[in-house]
Ligand binder design. Structure first.
Ligand code: ADP
Ligand code: MG
Length: 698
């Protein structure tokens, strides 16, 4: 493709377009808002809105929308046209600064966790000038934040912006002590996105995929991922055509789609963008997921973003590569090569380690969902236990700082923070420890517990806020130290903090049984399910944290907690009902019909000659009849389990009940159905098999 540079960002009202189309003074005023958060006045907004409208109209666009990210986890939009009536019965195309800055969607049906009664349906959307407007599906989309009439946040963008501000404020304080002046500190993210592609015809025949995004039944195919022939394998032409179109659509939207390859499971793939600011990365990841689904439809395929669409092969996750940098782009998690950079790097690194240990619960619960529960700890994704991987070199340096013993690197030496340079810390390019949930990879941390379908907003809100809190405590302490003792104070602080939080560092195999025991001995949390993790959201220390950094108020924390609990229960409920529906309407009739064919065969054989062998038919009939009876009992058990939900009016209690009783009954039902699938003739089985789904694209 030779016109890529021209195509890139062609649907985005980006900096280049603004520079070209806005009067100089307007452009400068807008930059002040974008870069330093200066308030935007209406006159400037009017000019920007008008330029945006003209740009869009030239591209044949007639409508705009405030594009926002409510708590559903997907994006929302409501389209308005630019038309405005004139006195003589005609229309002109108008778009005012007011319309750009603020919208008022009737938004009573978005989850609010009790923040807003339905009668008070008003919600407000407000332009986020730090993320560019863009054109999608013929609509001018304006990225916005969404809040209630009373100002409580109802979305995933507002708190993300707040958390970025909190992190910036605290990091600036710390940097100042090192003599580094910066106007702002930015958290950056590059999210690697995994997904499955299957043929649309196969998909349409599976109500479980249609209703829940994952297969609720299905016996293992004779071939899975055991040959490891799919990982980085050559890409099939149909998938390749899909990836090409996806790249192009994303490039037009200014998404820096960079790497694509086949993943471990059959039919599984990955797309990684180049990192950008956390806010933009979050918007872009939402767009990426949306485009993945849309483009698949053009190729008669379906893109599955569920965390565990198929049992027995890997599920899909998202690797959230995260770092922080100054306004001049200096990466604060880059080890650097002078003594003072060494001290500064070690302090930021220590801040992250402390944050992860202090708020393991938050990191665990921010990736918790009904879908992701099938992955975490299931021998493919990281376990539910949060720990930090530093690698041998950095791990060795940390050990030597704690113990005061010489560091055994290339040359044996004791490391004095702020005095020595650090030994070379090779970048972990080989991804050596893929089992770690939170790994240092040379100049960034890779948070690997995220599920593939979730927004990356919440994990980054939490990351930004918990690291802001460590930095706040560090700054409070170091600001008190006399200037001449600064080095010693930093050294002491690092040594003390690393000693206190050493338990969170683990460089071994996170999938091993020994680690589970070891982690317990170290006092680390092991929150196995979403129902176990969510209650930590409202722990007093966490409410205080969010309030202190003005990320969430107490009420907002509670509302989010309620929304997550409710979502968890609803998802499992839909899955259970779908299972019952599939068994009662399809699987039972299918196996009964097959039994009938078997018994008819036996009877007709006996009519011909009593001694004509019909052993195979009889054995099979007995097996299937036994399993059919057992299937029916499992249906009754799941029905009963669902009836029991009513006995748990408390939501946290109810979530726990779903995570134990309901899921247990579902697993029991599936087991019998899957066994029946292996015994039933293909022409009777009502759904495409695992083999047909996983190898549907040739
Ligand atoms: P790999 O994990 O395959 O070794 P890379 O190290 O190139 O690949 O990066 C993986 C992801 O991390 C990419 O999306 C990349 O843009 C992102 N990344 C690299 N540097 C940073 C950074 N400073 N902040 C956030 N993300 C980053
Ligand atoms: Mg990775």
């Amino acid at each position: 493709m030779n016109n890529l540079p021209e195509m890139f960002g062609s649907l985005v009202f980006n900096d280049a377009v603004m520079k070209e189309r806005l009067p100089k003074a307007t452009y400068k005023a807008l930059q002040r808002t974008i870069k330093n958060g200066a308030p935007l006045d209406l006159e400037v907004a009017d000019v920007v809105a008008n330029a945006m409208k003209d740009w869009a109209i030239e591209k044949g666009i007639t409508h705009y929308t405030h594009w926002f990210q409510p708590m559903t986890g997907v994006t929302a939009e409501k389209h308005d046209s630019f038309i405005s009536p004139t006195d003589n019965g005609q229309v002109i195309m108008e778009f005012s600064g007011k319309e750009l800055i603020k919208g008022e969607p009737d938004a009573s049906s978005f989850p609010s966790g009790g923040l807003r009664a339905t009668f008070e349906a008003r919600g407000y959307t407000a332009w986020d000038p730090t993320s560019y407007a863009f054109i999608k599906d013929g609509i001018l989309c304006i990225p916005t934040a969404f809040c209630s009439y009373g100002g409580e946040v109802l979305d995933k963008k507002t708190p993300l912006l707040r958390s970025m501000k909190a992190l910036s404020e605290q990091a600036i304080r710390v940097l100042k002590l090192f003599g580094v002046e910066t106007k702002s500190v930015l958290s950056t993210v590059g999210p690697e996105q995994e997904y499955f592609l299957i043929d649309e015809d196969v998909y349409r025949q599976r109500r479980d995929l249609l209703f829940t995004g994952r297969t609720l039944f299905g016996a293992r195919a004779p071939k899975g991922q055991e040959l490891e022939d799919h990982y980085f394998g050559s890409i099939k032409p149909r998938v390749s055509a899909y990836m090409e179109e996806l790249d192009q659509e994303l490039w037009k939207l200014g998404v820096l789609a960079k790497t694509k390859h086949n993943e471990v499971a059959p039919a599984q793939h990955e797309l990684a963008p180049i990192y950008t600011s956390t806010n933009v990365a979050t918007d872009h990841n939402q767009l990426t997921m949306e485009m993945m689904k849309k483009v698949a439809a053009h190729h008669h395929m379906v893109c599955l973003l569920h965390e565990k669409p198929f049992a027995g092969v890997n599920g899909s996750g998202k690797h959230n590569n995260w770092s922080i940098s100054t306004d001049s782009g200096a990466n604060l998690l880059d080890p650097g090569n002078t003594p003072s950079q060494n001290a500064q790097f070690m302090l930021f690194l220590t801040a992250v380690i402390k944050a992860v240990d202090d708020y393991q619960d938050l990191l665990r619960l921010t990736v918790a969902s009904a879908g992701n529960d099938h992955r975490l700890g299931a021998n493919e994704a990281p376990p539910a236990i949060v720990s930090v991987f530093l690698g041998d070199e950095l791990g060795g340096i940390v050990d030597s700082i704690i113990s005061g013993a010489p560091y055994k690197g290339a040359e044996e030496s004791t490391i004095q923070i702020g005095v020595d340079t650090l030994p070379d810390i090779p970048r972990d390019t080989t991804d050596r420890n893929r089992t770690s949930p939170f790994a240092f990879t040379g100049n960034k941390f890779e948070f690997r517990m995220l599920g593939s379908s979730s927004s990356i907003s919440c994990p980054n809100i939490f990351l930004n806020t918990i690291v802001a809190e460590s930095l706040r405590q560090f700054a409070d302490e170091l600001e008190k130290a006399p200037k001449e003792d600064f080095n010693a104070a930093v050294s002491q602080l690092i040594k003390r903090t690393l000693t206190e939080h050493q338990r969170i560092i683990f460089n071994g195999n996170n999938y091993s049984e020994e680690w589970v025991k070891e982690a317990e001995r170290r006092g680390l949390l092991n929150l196995k399910t979403t129902a176990d993790a969510l209650p930590y959201y409202i722990a007093e220390k966490n409410i205080q944290l969010f309030a202190r950094h003005k990320v969430f108020t107490r009420t907002e924390v509670y509302s989010r907690y309620e929304i997550l609990l409710e979502n968890y229960c609803k998802v499992i409920n839909i899955e259970a009902l779908t299972m019952l529906d599939m068994v009662k309407k399809d699987i039972l009739p299918a196996v009964i019909a097959y039994s009938r064919e078997l018994s008819d065969t036996i009877l007709s054989k006996k009519q011909i000659a009593l001694d004509l062998p019909a052993d195979a038919e009889e054995i099979l009939l007995r097996k299937i009849s036994g399993l059919t009876a057992s299937l029916y009992r499992k249906v009754e058990e799941l029905d009963a389990a669902l009836l029991g939900v009513g006995e748990h009016p408390d939501r946290a209690d109810c979530a726990k009940y779903y995570s134990t009783s309901v899921l247990y009954a579902m697993a029991g039902l599936r087991e019998v159905a899957d066994e029946l699938e292996t015994l039933t003739a293909k022409k009777y089985w009502p759904f495409p098999s695992y083999g047909e789904m996983l190898f549907s694209i040739q």
